[in-house]
Design a protein around this ligand. Structure first.
Ligand code: ADP
Ligand code: MG
Length: 438
């Protein structure tokens, strides 16, 4: 067990009576304990803003809690990304495995969209280096890849306290490598990675196209693989779509098991919202849960953001939670982003182009199979990529009503579960849409 991690848990328990749930989620949700030295409790928080607030408002409380625990005075040091890397580089022997406490298997909601990746991650966590090596988890942003990676680390840490677990993000691997070369500490760098029992690389796509990093990672991979050490990688796309990745790495990444995570379907979204709300101590009416599940569809990160926002909303306004207040909160949340969303017209244009159809055909009444499928995909993508309501979507298609839009969308959601060809198509069209500057 990591001592700083236990201490952080105790500190948060001690502070519980003084901090509201909102305070904790707002300021501390991505704070991670890094180290406890004789004099200093070292924490990491990625956001500059949160670091500023924590150090101004909460450091005294943290110090008090530490004093209560140890009857001694401790400094509290808050690291940013660069400082964390430097810190880890200076302490390669016990480089902090930054495990997020709440990213456990217990807290991971399983649905059809992530069932496979979850089962694969479980299997690797229970039998490191004996089931799939490497395990390669891929999928779009916000769908739980990092969560699963940390869950594996939690489990392995509990079952094998002696294992050396090394976690790194793809881009940090590069930065660390570059620094080690500059500072002549390349041997330490190699040791750190090649002595791992479990190597977790998050967002490995970042090493693609970087010659030196790929070379180094190739040797790290081989060395670990030959010694039967477990490797787990995540990426925003499968190896074969990592066009700038060296072939020898592509092949290796496919040696074990590829597991994808898909956007959650309605039932899973509902389950996630329910669980998150309960964890935050909110008892939301069914209508509200359903409203969120229907409207916040892109990914789990967005769902979490919405639930947190509603919590803050409730605390601020002292308002009763009903569909009206919630829809206001949800709309508010999207307001800033709405300029950054593609238009329905652009989506229809891209789907039409993909299928060699005219936009008017897609919007119109034609009932041949391809046009119907293309139309349904367009509705599905509009739902996922814009803030349009179901009835707005219906209107885009020559005044169809919201039930048509709803049926079309759930039909595609169903197909995506079973038909990998459709998910490829949806991904390709999404990429084409995202290639525009909207
Ligand atoms: P990714 O790495 O794929 O971009 P993350 O793992 O960072 O996504 O997930 C984003 C947020 O959503 C995290 O806070 C994570 O805990 C949460 N999350 C994702 N999938 C699930 C799930 N199936 N159940 C519970 N929480 C989830
Ligand atoms: Mg991630």
């Amino acid at each position: 067990m990591n001592a700083s991690y236990d201490v952080w848990k105790k500190v948060m328990e001690l502070l519980e009576p003084q901090l509201t749930a909102t305070t904790v989620t707002t300021w501390f949700d991505d704070t991670v304990p890094v180290d406890l030295t004789d004099t200093t409790f070292v924490l990491y928080t990625p956001s500059d803003y949160k670091r500023e607030i924590i150090s101004r408002r909460y450091t005294p409380l943290l110090k008090d809690a530490l004093h209560e625990l140890f009857s001694a005075d401790f400094e509290v040091q808050l690291l940013n990304d660069a400082e964390l890397q430097q810190y880890n580089a200076g302490n390669p022997a016990d480089a902090a495995m930054v495990v997020k406490e709440e990213y456990t298997f217990e807290n991971f909601i399983v649905g059809s969209s992530n069932k496979f990746a979850h089962a694969a991650a479980r299997s690797v966590a229970d039998h490191p280096a004996q089931s799939y090596n490497p395990l390669f988890i891929y999928g779009e942003s916000g769908l739980g890849k990092t969560h699963l990676l940390h869950a594996i680390a939690h489990t392995v840490r509990n079952n094998h306290p002696d294992y050396k677990i090394v976690y790194v993000k793809g881009d940090d691997f590069t930065n660390e490598l570059v620094r080690s070369i500059r500072e002549g500490t390349n041997a330490e760098f190699r040791d750190k990675y090649r002595q791992a029992d479990l190597l977790l690389v998050d967002d490995i796509q970042f090493i693609a196209g970087k010659i030196q990093t790929q070379e180094e990672f190739f040797h790290t991979f081989n060395s670990l693989y030959e010694e039967t050490r477990q490797i787990v990688l995540t990426s925003d796309r499968p190896p074969k779509e990592m066009t700038r990745l060296e072939d020898r790495l592509k092949t290796r990444f496919e040696w074990g098991l590829l597991a994808d995570v898909q956007p959650p379907d309605y039932e899973t979204r509902l389950a996630i919202i329910k669980t998150k709300a309960i964890r935050l101590g909110m008892d939301l009416p069914d209508a509200v849960l359903e409203y969120i599940a229907e409207n916040v569809t892109a990914n789990v990160r967005q769902i979490e953001g919405t639930v947190n926002k509603i919590l803050a909303f409730r605390d601020l306004m002292d308002d009763s939670i009903n569909v009206n207040t919630v829809s206001r909160a949800v709309k508010d949340m999207f307001k800033d982003q709405s300029d950054l969303l593609p238009s329905a017209a652009l989506i229809i244009e891209e789907v039409s182009k993909f299928y060699g159809l005219e936009g008017t055909e897609l919007r119109g009444q034609q009932r041949n199979r391809t046009t119907v499928l293309a139309r349904q995909i367009a509705m599905y993508l509009i739902r996922r990529m814009t803030n349009l309501s179901l009835s707005d979507i219906g209107k885009e298609f020559n005044g169809r009503d919201h039930t048509t839009a709803m049926h079309s969308i759930s039909r595609i959601e169903e197909m995506l579960k079973k038909d990998s060809q459709i998910s490829e198509v949806v991904k390709d069209i999404t990429a084409n849409i995202n290639a525009h500057n909207y």
